[in-house]
Design a protein around this ligand. Structure first.
Ligand code: SF4
Length: 359
């Protein structure tokens, strides 16, 4: 069953490393215009049904409670069987309060993903990211009834020490979330950090990832994807559908969609998005691409191998890549175990060159 993604294109301010599409400091008038356009866009897909919902951005928690309620009521008609098996929204600790958390719970969300990145104000300063009280926001979410919360942490931040990463891991674990993601910092040209000449630290990122894997493993969080760790049964269903090559519909500017090998991205521009829908048209799409069967199989292999469980060895997607598969298996770059093909545990992080064979 497919997933539904909604892109909320607003943030309070722009973090120094961010290359996601979002408009910083937008007012309620812009939010209302976006919501009107989103409702118009949704009306083109009345027959679409999804098992999972993911509201990302941007920072969805900058929306006031009444706009959150409006957004969530729009999503409900898409839920297969009346409710989503999993309905997640991203929040930042600095823009969440109890009224918003209540609106989220009442609107049908059952999972929250909170951007923590680090517990060190110094490190957040390097990232040029607005600090927030993660502990208070986490407590607010629990009090509002959320029993499934994920925290995002970051490694490979220039000048971040092992002690600072350990402290962030400890602070996250102390809260007892159901899920933790650990991503390496990427620095893209055109972002303030890129323009300031800061460079990625791949060695630091890998070291940090190994430290996080060990600490989280000891604390009972199993790694089920390269960057994602969960308590048993708390893996993110929406993202699992994505890694397994499933279909998803994205609504909102900059949202990506995928249907059986056809994929596209909606224009990352709020003004063009709203104007098109106000005129009764679909918003402009970019990167429209119909994958060939070989490209599709290759993409499914690359995504599937990100999962710790890998891919069933008998999956027909390997037919197109039999030669590459044999080569990687005999070189020990891939492993066959329990009827499945997977990356060796120790190679999970440095797997890019193996995965590149399936392009
Ligand atoms: S809060 Fe997230 S989306 Fe917004 S600027 Fe920061 S990293 Fe980008």
């Amino acid at each position: 069953m497919p997933g539904l993604y909604i892109h909320v294109p607003f943030c309070r301010s722009k973090c120094g490393y961010c290359d996601f599409y979002s408009v910083p400091g937008a007012g309620e008038e812009s939010m209302d215009r976006w919501l009107d356009a989103l409702e118009a866009e949704a009306s083109f897909y009345r027959g679409f049904r999804a098992d999972t919902l993911f509201i990302g951005g941007g920072t969805p928690s900058v929306l006031p409670p009444d706009r959150l309620a409006r957004l969530l009521s729009l999503t409900r008609s898409f839920a297969a069987g009346g409710t989503f098996a999993e309905a997640t929204m991203e929040v930042n600790p600095g823009s969440l309060d109890r009224d918003k958390a209540d609106a989220m719970a009442e609107g049908g969300l059952n999972r929250v993903s909170m951007g923590m990145q680090s517990d060190s104000p110094r490190v957040l300063g390097v990232l040029r990211r607005e600090p927030g009280d993660v502990k208070a926001a986490f407590r607010t979410l629990r009090e509002a009834g959320f029993g499934n919360i994920s925290l995002d942490l970051m490694t490979g931040i220039p000048s971040q020490t092992g002690g600072e990463l350990r402290s962030s891991l400890g602070a996250a674990l102390e809260l007892g979330p159901e899920h933790i993601s650990v991503y390496p910092l990427e620095i893209h040209g055109g972002t303030p950090l890129g323009e300031a000449g800061l460079a990625e630290e791949p060695d630091g990122a890998e070291e940090g990832w190994r430290l996080a894997s060990a600490e989280l493993g000891k604390a009972g969080y199993a790694r089920y994807e390269i960057s994602n760790f969960a308590r048993p049964g708390r893996e993110c269903l929406h993202n699992l559908n994505y890694w397994k090559g499933g279909d998803y519909l994205g609504l909102g500017p900059a949202a990506a969609s995928h249907f059986s090998g056809l994929r596209y991205t909606t224009v990352p521009d709020l003004g063009s998005y709203c104007s098109a829908l106000e005129a009764g048209n679909q918003p402009p799409r970019s990167a429209l691409e119909l994958l060939s069967p070989r490209q599709r199989a290759g993409e499914r292999i690359m995504l599937g191998l990100r999962l710790a469980e890998g891919i069933e060895a008998s999956d027909p997607i390997f037919i197109e890549f039999r030669e590459e598969l044999e080569e990687l298996l005999s070189a020990g770059r891939l492993e066959a175990r329990g009827g499945r093909i997977a990356l060796p545990e120790n190679d999970l992080y440095v797997c890019n060159s193996a995965l590149a064979r399936f392009v």
